[in-house]
Design a protein around this ligand. Sequence first.
Ligand code: 13P
Length: 344
Amino acid sequence: MTIRELENTAMGMVAPGKGILAIDESFATIGKRFQAIGVDSTEESRRAYRDLLITAPGIGEYVSGMILFDETLRQSSAAGVPFRQALVSAGILPGIKVDKGAKNLAGHPGEQVTEGLDGLRERLGEYHALGARFAKWRAVITIGTDLPSRACIEANAHALARYAALCQEQGIVPIVEPEVLMDWENDIERCYEVTEATLRTVFTALYTQRVALEGLVLKTNMAVPGKQCARQSSPEEVATRTIRCLRQAVPAAVAGIVFLSGGQSAQDATVHLNTMNALAGPGELPWPLSFSYGRALQDPALKTWAGQAANVGAAQRVLLHRSRCNGLAALGRYTNAIENELAA
Ligand code: 13P
């Protein structure tokens, strides 16, 4: 595997007007999402739901790749086609979540470090053989009183860099995801500072571990106020602060940047991405800015589905609509009129 091949895959992940759909919820997380719509989480209900997402007609026009959970990479559609094959047929790159979750960081109450490095080389080799062409590892940084600690940022950055180096060795493009959570009462400036410090630390670690930046995709949070902050920000403020933060801390060689939605509403996530791309204008930034949303793409479709086979078509149309809105936002061409087309 040459760096050129990794670079081609990475560029495909952030192709113009396309982004990534994250459907890699762990057993615990999908259980929570299903509970909210009154559906039991079983191997078959998870398969049926992921089938709906993966085989949504036309989704490949706006979605370049999907991040799967281990179980899903081994499952098949109702028609008996392995999901990984269904994705390739739709022109979508199969991806895989490879971290083993965020665990409490010893000596640092309220903070976590993501685990999963032991045996990772062998797991990546198997995932590559199963068709995965990119991977994801999510680190969690919590803002709070006296948080985050330097130790938390450094431990997570080190693990992300070790993971990324192993991915590239195995011919898999790493999505490097340090997520600064938006759950607290901090203002947008605090989120900006913590995000900048985190990204700078992550890129230093990537350099130390000899990771080729052309062959990776950064997945990050936007600079946003915490959900409990009294002063919420306009889309323009989120967009300008986020772009400034990325310019400060992300090397130009990185293939692309995608955002997580992190608890933003589906529409906010679209509007924020669109505002960034509309403000920056084509060719103004060193990297494409696109999406890698989980909740912001899935939630409306999940509610429409509600576990009923009869709702699959309607849920797929809802998913396609959100994907189209975000694909256009990646080009700075999303509008209110487009948002309202589904309802019309
Ligand atoms: P959200 O967009 O729901 O934050 O999820 C994206 C993701 O993959 C987090 O790792």
